[in-house]
Design a protein around this ligand. Structure first.
Ligand SMILES: NC(=O)c1ccc[n+]([C@@H]2O[C@H](COP(=O)([O-])OP(=O)(O)OC[C@H]3O[C@@H](n4cnc5c(N)ncnc54)[C@H](O)[C@@H]3O)[C@@H](O)[C@H]2O)c1
Ligand SMILES: CC(C)[C@H](C(=O)O)[C@@H](O)C(=O)O
Ligand SMILES: [Mg+2]
Length: 373
């Protein structure tokens, strides 16, 4: 297969982890005889510095002309005082809106080897396998009006939580579809005791449930869901929720797995290119040190292969390779020192972890070929 992949490294640890992810995709291409063409673009703070805007037109055009977008992370203290139009995060939001990727899939999977890397008890985290389906192009992130003005009592400020019925229906529908392919357990998370948008969300979910007799729909208020995610995460399978709730709950759920450096994501729309990025940010505290965990971005490559290129085998090979290196004891600093079977007090860096995964990809592919023959 020939595919064009846009690579947007961004800021902080973004370039460190995307470099490794591209190298991984090159190995997959080599092993399976594909041709992946990579083209880099600017986004975020580095785009502000180089082009004066967090989302240059050329970047959006590049993304639209690709089959999938691999993104690192944006943001950092250098740009925190910029006005909204020139914030790195505005570039990322513009890209999501520009590609209309309304559905953000965030799988929360606990690797058995890392059960003890979680601060939560083994019996709470062992076996967790949930998927957060986060609405990504609506809600408080994009609603109008927004902004500040001078009022009698000082600054007046408005953010608007806005959704159309169409936007709610399409994300709920995806939640139902995915739930019907998994265990049939769908939790819709809202704040229907307070927010009108949540009440409409709930009504639409109830109405849609009739079309999915194989799915058990339950509703949960977001504050209670936040508690249950750490108290009893195994009760969740597919969680569908609005933009901001999904953002917050997915970082919280990362704790279950041991590190935010493990969690990938796919942002999908109606047929255009998807965006694949780790759920973590630019991690300014560790940027440039070569210690960032590259696995979230490498697992995002697996999601890219699966969802944008329909290369399911290749996606599984990456996921298996990651499991293998973890089983062999490889740990970056965020995972080291806590988990049984780890390299103890000698964690490996970004490059070494990524190299081991690339080598494991070759081994996994060979083993699969042997078993098939
Ligand atoms: N999608 C994105 O581009 C994205 C996502 C979240 C935050 N951000 C931005 O990133 C900046 C920093 O945000 P933050 O500090 O709140 O969140 P963060 O996710 O960047 O970091 C939170 C903590 O997790 C650690 N961490 C994150 N990724 C890691 C990895 N791969 N390996 C090891 N440790 C890792 C960091 O060192 C830090 O201690 C902000 O400007 C924020 O807006 C961007
Ligand atoms: C950087 C920020 C705009 C982004 C979000 O809020 O969606 C991030 O936190 C994420 O989870 O991808
Ligand atoms: Mg977030």
């Amino acid at each position: 297969m020939h595919a064009k992949i846009a690579v947007l490294p961004g800021d902080g640890i973004g370039p460190e982890v995307t470099t490794e992810a591209v190298a991984l995709l090159q190995v997959v291409a080599e092993v399976y005889g594909h041709q992946f063409e990579f083209e880099q673009g600017l986004i975020g703070g580095s785009a502000i510095d180089d082009a004066g805007t967090p989302l240059p037109d050329a970047t959006l055009a590049l993304a639209k002309a690709s089959q999938g977008v691999l993104l690192g992370a944006v943001g950092g203290p250098k740009w925190d005082k910029e006005p909204a139009s020139r914030r790195p995060e505005t570039g990322l939001l513009g890209l999501r809106k520009g590609l209309e990727v309304f559905a953000n899939l965030r799988p929360i999977t606990v690797f058995p080897e890392l059960v003890d890397a979680s601060p939560l008890k083994r019996e709470v985290v062992d076996g967790v396998d949930m998927l957060i389906v986060r609405e990504l192009t609506g809600g408080l992130y994009f609603g109008q009006p927004r902004g500040r003005s001078a009022g009698k009592g000082g600054i007046e400020v408005v953010d608007t939580l806005q959704y159309s019925e169409h936007e709610i229906r399409r994300i709920l529908q995806l939640g139902f579809e995915i739930a019907s392919q998994r265990s049939g357990n769908l939790t819709s998370v809202d704040k229907a005791n307070v927010l009108e948008s949540s009440r409409v969300w709930r009504e639409l979910a109830e109405a849609m449930a009739v079309d999915y007799p194989g799915v058990t729909l339950s509703h949960q208020l977001v504050d209670s869901a936040a508690m249950q995610i750490v108290q009893n995460p195994k009760r969740f399978d597919v969680v569908v929720t609005e933009n901001l709730f999904g953002d917050i709950l997915s970082d919280e759920a990362a704790v279950i797995t041991g590190s935010i450096g493990l969690l990938p994501s796919a942002s999908l729309g109606a047929g255009g290119p998807g965006i694949y990025e780790p759920i973590h940010g630019s991690a300014p505290d560790i940027a440039g040190k070569g210690v960032a965990n590259p696995l979230a971005t490498m697992l995002s490559c697996a999601m890219l292969l699966r969802h944008s290129l329909s290369l399911e085998v290749e996606a599984q090979v990456i996921e298996e390779a990651v499991k293998r290196v973890l089983a062999e004891g490889a740990r970056t600093a965020d995972l080291a020192g806590q988990s049984i079977g780890s390299t103890g007090n000698s964690p490996i860096g970004t490059q070494e972890m990524a190299k081991r995964v690339r080598e494991a990809v070759k081994r996994v592919a060979e083993d699969r070929a042997k078993n098939a023959g």
